[in-house]
Design a protein around this ligand. Sequence first.
Ligand SMILES: [Zn+2]
Length: 93
Amino acid sequence: MNSANTPHAPCSCDRLRGAFAAPHCGARRRDGGSCQGPAMPNGRCRMHGGASTGPRTPEGLARARRGNWKHGRCTARNLALRRMIAKAGRDLE
Ligand SMILES: [Zn+2]
């Protein structure tokens, strides 16, 4: 008979060795324990990392400003232009 100590199937734990070796988040869980999620560079996991602190670079700031940009129809510049055209049309009458 086989020994009881030998596993019947290869353990997937070998593939998780890197995850177990990584630093853990450590935030307090609702059940009182500490979060075991792998930590990001800020020391917390993806769920306990905290709120975004905003864009860091001028490129990131420009990208954030254009995040919800659709077509530019309602930009201040375009609205002013449309107002001017409408006024010019009224003045012609
Ligand atoms: Zn966590």
